[in-house]
Design a binder for this molecule. Structure first.
Ligand SMILES: Nc1ncnc2c1ncn2[C@@H]1O[C@H](COP(=O)(O)OP(=O)(O)OP(=O)(O)O)[C@@H](O)[C@H]1O
Ligand SMILES: [Mg+2]
Length: 268
C-alpha cells in the first residue's frame, strides 16, 4: 500500500449534552480520543451512539458542552472528519465506482490523471482493484461497503467516524472487512471512532471500548482498554475476559433501556 500516512487528530469531548426538542438524548459526556487511536462505542439501541458520532462530524450541534477536534471547536462541520454510514445508500448510483471514490479529490480540484490514480490506490486498498469501471448497482453489499470506505479514505480524513459500517453484512464478510480495516488503520494512522453492537467486532478493532448507558440522558458508563496484540486472536485470554465483562456490562444497560421503555426483563 502506498497511501500517504495521515496524522490522526485528537478529539476532546467536554460535558457534552445533546437534546432534540425537550428530549435530552446524551448528557455529561466526557471523552478524550488520542491521536491515531481506535475507539469503539457500544450501548443499547437508541441510547445516542449515532447522535454522538454525528456531533463529532459537526452534523449535530451540542446543546451543552463542547467538542474539540485537533484543538478547534466542532460546530456545523468538521473538516478533519469523514463519516462511513451503516448502509451504502450514500453511494452515487449514476457514477462508476472509480468516480465515486475520486469524488472528494475531484471536488478539491484534482485533475483526471490524479483522480484515476487515487481511485486505483484506494480501491486496491479495500481489496477491489478491478471494480473501478462498474456501477454500484452491479456490486454486492460487502463490495458497496468497501467502496464507501474507499471513498471516505480517499479524502484522507484524519478522523474517520464509522456508524455500524458492517452491521448489514453476513458474518464471514464482516470478519474479512474487520481484518482489512485493522490493516488499513494501522497503515494510515488516522483516528477512528467506530460504533458497533458487536462485542467481538469491538475486541477485534479497538484500542479502547467505550460503553454508553441506557438513555434518556445517556452517559459514558465504562471504558475498557484492549491490550491484546494485533491482529487480535479471539482465543487470547485477555480478549475472552473482556468479552465476558462487556457482555454483562452491556446486558445490564439493555435491560435498563427496555425497562425505561416499559418492558420488564421477565417479558423478554
Ligand atoms: N434528528 C432527530 N430528531 C429527533 N430525535 C432524534 C433525532 N436523531 C435521533 N433522535 C433520537 O435520539 C435517540 C438516540 O438515537 P440514536 O440514533 O443516536 O441512537 P443509537 O444509539 O445510534 O441507536 P441504534 O443502536 O439503534 O442505532 C433516539 O431516541 C432517537 O429517536
Ligand atoms: Mg445508531
Amino acid at each position: 500500500m502506498s497511501v500517504a500516512t495521515i496524522k490522526g487528530v485528537p478529539v476532546e469531548i467536554r460535558d457534552l449534552g445533546i437534546s432534540f426538542g425537550a428530549a435530552e438524548i446524551v448528557s455529561g459526556i466526557e471523552l478524550d480520543v488520542q491521536p491515531g487511536e481506535f475507539v469503539c462505542l457500544l450501548g443499547p439501541s437508541g441510547c445516542g451512539k449515532s447522535t454522538l458520532l454525528s456531533s463529532m462530524a459537526g452534523f449535530v450541534d451540542p446543546s451543552a458542552g463542547e467538542i474539540f477536534c485537533d484543538g478547534e471547536e466542532v460546530r456545523g462541520s468538521n473538516a478533519h472528519a469523514g463519516m462511513v454510514f451503516q448502509s451504502s445508500e450514500a453511494l452515487f448510483e449514476w457514477m462508476t465506482v472509480s468516480q465515486n471514490v475520486a469524488y472528494g479529490p475531484r471536488m478539491h480540484g484534482a485533475g483526471k490523471a490524479e483522480q484515476a490514480r487515487i481511485a486505483a490506490e484506494y480501491l486496491a486498498m479495500v481489496g477491489l482493484p478491478h471494480a473501478g469501471g462498474k456501477f454500484p448497482s452491479q456490486l454486492s453489499g460487502g463490495m458497496r461497503q468497501r467502496v464507501q470506505i474507499a471513498r471516505v479514505l480517499a479524502n484522507q480524513p484524519s478522523l474517520v467516524l464509522m456508524d455500524e459500517p458492517f452491521g448489514a453484512l453476513d458474518a464471514q464478510t464482516r470478519q474479512v472487512l474487520q481484518i482489512e480495516l485493522d490493516k488499513i488503520w494501522r497503515h494510515t494512522g488516522c483516528t477512528v471512532v467506530f460504533v458497533t453492537h458487536d462485542i467481538d467486532e469491538a475486541l477485534t478493532l479497538a484500542d479502547r471500548v467505550v460503553v454508553m448507558s441506557a438513555g434518556p440522558r445517556a452517559r459514558i458508563k465504562s471504558i475498557y482498554e484492549v491490550n491484546a496484540p494485533r491482529p487480535r486472536d479471539r482465543a487470547h485470554p485477555d480478549v475472552i475476559d473482556l468479552y465476558e465483562q462487556l457482555r454483562d456490562d452491556i446486558r445490564a444497560e439493555v435491560v435498563a433501556s427496555l425497562r425505561n421503555q416499559g418492558i420488564e426483563e421477565d417479558q423478554l
